[in-house]
Ligand binder design. Structure first.
Ligand SMILES: Nc1ncnc2c1ncn2[C@@H]1O[C@H](COP(=O)(O)OP(=O)(O)OP(=O)(O)O)[C@@H](O)[C@H]1O
Length: 246
């Protein structure tokens, strides 16, 4: 029997008063994959990540982690079970070095404060920021701040890393460095699901992509499949082309 997906959502729905932010979304994140979650602004991407990580309870639907039902769990339960999230806006603790910030992730990780220094070193190395370890976290470039945020999440030794726009605001060289780091993380055994607006990054790194628009899943498949899907072109890629004036 094949292993269950690391994460599975079925019929996931979230209503905020009258607004349906997420409407019956199904998706499975296979173990060992890098998956993408894309969609126009306001599509429901952050809401989906907030439901999966227990920051918000769903209105309807089911969430399974490694085959077990976890719907409605708390962020602490999600973290202890092996989900870590790298936020889009990195907010390192001021007055702490890069290493000390990453170490905080290791202290509150899946297996608790065990081999904290090893997890910290390994996360710094995977993100290629060992050289910055003793620098104060404030004053880092956007590219280094993003790598610090992913390293902090990774130091928790997650089974599933949710990354919120890890390439936002990065130049092409920094984006390539982040893509290489995500591949190294996956090759180290961590499954990844990322929200990303940078199409070059998403199409280049993901094995599978879920596309949502106005709360509904409109396509799912390999990068090639979703890029060729007329519904995706109309709802998302087409809109991006228009906003660039193409
Ligand atoms: N706590 C909340 N209360 C009320 N409405 C909310 C709340 N959180 C999100 N929404 C609404 O739900 C919808 C989906 O928002 P969400 O932030 O999940 O979209 P998104 O795809 O992450 O957008 P973006 O790409 O702009 O970050 C939007 O209409 C948003 O205004």
């Amino acid at each position: 029997m094949s292993a269950p997906p690391v994460l599975e959502v079925r019929g996931l729905t979230k209503r905020f008063r009258g607004l349906v932010a997420l409407d019956g979304v199904d998706f499975a994140v296979p173990e060992g994959a890098i998956c993408g979650l894309i969609g126009p602004n306001g599509a429901g991407k952050s809401t989906l990540f907030n439901l999966v990580t227990g920051f918000l309870p769903p209105s309807e639907g089911e969430i399974r982690f490694r085959g077990a039902p976890v719907t409605g769990w708390s962020p602490q339960q999600a973290g202890r079970s092996g989900i870590a999230r790298a936020f889009q806006i990195a907010r390192p603790f001021p007055g702490l070095t890069v290493r000390q910030n990453v170490r905080i992730g290791a202290l509150f990780g899946r297996s608790g404060p065990r081999d904290v220094e090893g997890a910290t070193d390994s996360a710094l190395a995977l993100l290629g920021i060992e050289d910055l370890a003793d620098r104060p976290a404030e004053g880092l470039t956007v590219g280094h701040l993003r790598r610090l945020e992913v390293a902090r999440a990774l130091a928790a030794r997650p089974l599933l890393l949710l990354a919120d726009e890890p390439c936002a605001g990065l130049n092409p060289a920094e984006t390539d460095a982040m893509i290489a780091a995500l591949r190294r993380i996956r090759d180290g055994g961590v499954t990844i699901w990322l929200v990303e607006h940078d199409m070059r990054a998403v199409m280049g790194v993901c094995d599978r992509i879920l596309v949502i628009a106005a709360g509904r899943a409109i396509a799912e498949g390999t990068p090639g499949e979703v890029a060729a899907d007329p519904a995706v072109i109309a709802a998302y890629l087409g809109a991006a082309e228009e906003s660039r004036g193409a």
